[in-house]
Design a protein around this ligand. Structure first.
Ligand code: DAT
Ligand code: MG
Length: 155
């Protein structure tokens, strides 16, 4: 399987819970992810609206954009073989009731509060990862990293 980058984000509810970052870092270590980039940030409402434009018009959209701009977040670029789907697995399914029943050890299964306040974000495809990494880390080039760092990462 190929080396990939993905975007992982701790949402405002996750930042407010004392155990979410600890559990997330343990999963990063246990699953041999490499943290390529990490930063804390906070969104204005317009940032939320832009990032989640694919959900504009859904019944939860207003709730989602208000929530995502309600407090600090922490964003990571993570590297690993098959990083995109592996991170999604560790995070668990979107809906908390499903997470609790199907993936109780996942971040959402352990710490999710509601379908909106579900602790973390993870890119859902390599294409989304590229777009989302650019959104959070505009100075970072996935292409350049793959060319320059990937051989060293493998060595
Ligand atoms: P994911 O975050 O698992 O990729 P998504 O892309 O479908 O899920 O939705 C983005 C976010 O929107 C999700 O993390 C929380 C919110 N959301 C999605 N479906 C929802 C629902 N049915 N009710 C409330 N919030 C929802
Ligand atoms: Mg999504």
């Amino acid at each position: 399987k190929a080396l990939q980058l993905t975007l992982a984000v701790v949402k405002p509810d996750g930042m407010a819970h004392p155990l979410v970052l600890e559990a997330l870092h343990q999963k990063i270590l246990d699953n041999s992810f490499v943290i390529v980039k990490c930063k804390d940030l906070a969104w204005k409402k317009q940032d939320s609206e832009k990032f989640y434009v694919e959900h504009a018009g859904r019944f939860f959209y207003q709730r989602l954009v208000e929530f995502m701009s309600s407090g600090p977040m922490r964003a990571y670029v993570l590297a690993r073989e098959d990083a995109v789907s592996h991170w999604r697995e560790l995070m668990g399914p979107t809906k908390v009731f499903r997470a609790i029943y199907t993936s109780p050890a996942s971040l959402r299964g352990q710490f999710g509060l509601t379908d909106t306040r579900n602790t973390t974000h993870g890119s859902d495809s390599m294409e989304s990862a590229r777009r989302e990494i650019g959104f959070f880390f505009p100075e970072f080039s996935v292409e350049a990293w793959m060319q320059q760092e990937e051989p060293a990462f493998r060595a």
